[in-house]
Ligand binder design. Sequence first.
Ligand code: GDG
Length: 493
Amino acid sequence: SDSGSGSDSDSGSQSRPQNGADVGPNSNTNPISVDEPTGGLTAGIDPVLQEANGTWIAWGDGDADFDVTNQRDCVRVPPDDEAYTLRRIDLSEEAVDAYYRGFSNRVLWPLCHGFAELVEERSDDLEWYRTVNERFAAAVADHASDDAVVWLQDYHFALAPRMIRQTIPDSASIAQFWHIPWPSPATFDYCPAHEEILEGLLGNDLLGFHVERYANAFLDCVRRFLPDATVDHEQGTIQYNGQTTRVVATPMGVDAASYDQQARETDAEQLLSLFDRYDIPRNSAIGLGVDRLDYTKGIPERLTALEGFFAENPRWHGDFTFIQKATPSRTEIPAYARHGDIVRSEVDRINRRFGTDDWQPIVYTEDYVEHEDLCALYRHADVMIVSPLIDGMNLVAQEYVAASVETDGTLLLSDRAGAHERLSSHALTIDPTDVSGFATAIGDALSMTPQDRTRRMDALRSSVFGGDIDDWMATQFALLRRVHGDGAAGIES
Ligand code: GDG
């Protein structure tokens, strides 16, 4: 149920329901329906696994009852052209609550994003995190051949690499990509079991982050908390317990060609129907924000900046409308519930302050936006605002650029997003907490000359198309082959 973010499946991101597809010989008695995520990492991994005939091991909140082919929890996918194995780990509600909504998202997520004050430690969560990591490690052991490549995604599996290393052949390789930031040693010090987490991750042959500063912070933490480890900052290598881990920064890209193509397929009618759906005056310029409803994404600060902009620029009333798509996420966690309330009440307040019978300055929606509509909005947004307080990468910024086929939009980008490292030179950089500078930047974006807009967008498109999701995947596997000899031919997990 991933909306295409890549890593954060089941976080509340929304997916587009597809027509159900029947699977396996007994499909008439037990049909399996497929939800196909749009874009992102899952769409990137799928063709690689199809070619390699590997195994994808995952849990999910979908129907994990795959016993139809008498293969227990394994099923061959895709349903119409079976090319690889999907192994589902069926987690109880208690396990999901403690492992996913507990240690992963009440401890690791806030800590890695520098929100130590939001960390919530509950008594059984860490133990469940260990148990679930063990279950995944055991599942990997069932499938890992001598030359297997095991590729783990994200912070939900910090302990699994070491567990896997102890059970699979030495000739197999293990890699992990950490999609979120890594904190400084001072912040990581607050992490319960911090040594165990580092030791777990050092079971990897290769550990990837989006940007150098997260990779360096990881090396700093190892040096500080595991004094027996040998850390070579220059080479990005760590030796610990007889194993070498290579730590790299490999920024993730998006499927740029498909966003471009989808945006080009947008017609005027589709755009007009979106204006009608959101009650936007037809001649209004458009601003756009697309985020999970997460306290790291800087949505309240963005709303305050918009308020400042509208207060200072009455001439834009009625002529500029900001659409905020916010995807509800991890709503059972109190910090998220509180944050959602703040965002909704700020939107109401600002709309009451400036709105008229014919125009609301902020259109706020939590409804799923179809991929085609999202691309239409990206294509026609005059100003895209990506203003996280901190973000591992932020794919939305790159998707916008890929879909800006007229090259007439402007990207406002927080200097705290990983994406800023690749897009800073031609986006308008903002500090999300400097509300007055932020408000001024919105005005600057709207009054930029067409030539300047196009010059900037052309350069941004070169960056985004020059490092897309396929390049990123190829880099991961090329690096793995290098760190672990050339045996990395088959791909597991
Ligand atoms: C984590 C890291 C890192 C959202 N609403 C709709 C929709 N989306 C899609 C966007 C985009 C994705 O969700 C969000 O991706 P982000 O990268 O912005 O953010 P996270 O979910 O926090 O992802 C992040 C990422 O992992 C990858 O490593 O960049 O830093 O936090 O793809 O398009 N898509 C559609 N309708 C929606 O309503 N179609």
